[in-house]
Design a protein around this ligand. Sequence first.
Ligand SMILES: Nc1ncnc2c1ncn2[C@@H]1O[C@H](COP(=O)(O)OP(=O)(O)OP(=O)(O)O)[C@@H](O)[C@H]1O
Length: 353
Amino acid sequence: MPWLLGRNVLETSCLSRVVVSLGIEVVVEGLTKEFGRQTIWRDVTLTLPEGEVSVLLGPSGTGKTVFLKSLVGLLKPEEGRVLIDGVDMVNDRDRDVFEARKRFGLMFQDGALFGSMPLFDNIAFPLREHTRKKEQEIRRIVLERMEMVGLGGEERKLPGQISGGMRKRAGLARALVLDPEIILCDEPDSGLDPVRTAHISQLLIDVNARIDATMLIVTHNIDIAATVPDNIGMLYRRDLVAFGPREALLTSDEPAVLQFLHGDTRGPIGMSEEKDAALLAAEAADTAGPARTRRTIEIPPQLRPTPGMPPRQGEHRHSLRVDEMLPRLSYPAQQAIWANRNHPQEGGRNGAN
Ligand SMILES: Nc1ncnc2c1ncn2[C@@H]1O[C@H](COP(=O)(O)OP(=O)(O)OP(=O)(O)O)[C@@H](O)[C@H]1O
């Protein structure tokens, strides 16, 4: 199976392959989204660095899915820009946005598969819809992507005949057929047990190693957030409270971040996202309350590609970027970054589920 898909691969010999980045950066500037009088988030600014993996966390209802849809131009924010290689997904003409959308691979929560279509046709769908490729070429691409996500031989199955984990992987295979430069995954772990979640985490890292796509993963799963991404952001109370290296957010002492990471009932996040002031004051008076959220979490080493995969180019670029910002990061974040770098570079833990 080839290591890398798509066009930007220079084969210098059968043993060494030089990767030229496939991923492109996504620049988000001052983005504000409203539905009627409801502000979902405002003035969100961040850059998804090329080929790096980022995770977006946030309590339910904070607009993570709305954010993904805004990046790809399916929803139109009221203010701001989303720049993809010079195309503004918010303000440019529909025709340009439609073209730029082909550079994305989208993996939705439920795989978003057509129930009456065999997996093969589901995965072939974007190729038939967006390209003029011949059926023979479509077949080659689909079978290759199915093999890549561990679904070889399952082409004739209907979505209803396979497990949730397999449906996720089918959704990922479909997201990969157009050689995406940017992959957006909405809760790739939803409905999966911890073992399947570990497999999908490894698969996402392996996909990134193979194709060097820029990736943004929306999840509530702290294990994924702690082990998969180079960067983490968190939406809370209509703001992006943080976006930066994984270790910076995981060592943050921001109360909402701590509460979220620990899954604690005490703290600023309530059942309906925001607690009222009286409840927060009562918690603050309870000495047991704030103390529970002051712990830091243990930061596991970041997942590495499965043995046999190429090294992640995004990880290399991320290290160079982080070197520059290191002096500005907190001491615990710096320690965690060094600990991760010094961790033995063992391979991943992939397998089929
Ligand atoms: N098309 C729409 N019209 C009106 N309101 C919408 C629309 N889409 C989403 N919303 C609202 O935007 C808010 C954010 O929804 P979104 O699904 O993005 O949250 P989320 O952070 O992804 O939540 P969860 O983690 O529970 O999946 C919700 O209040 C939702 O009702």
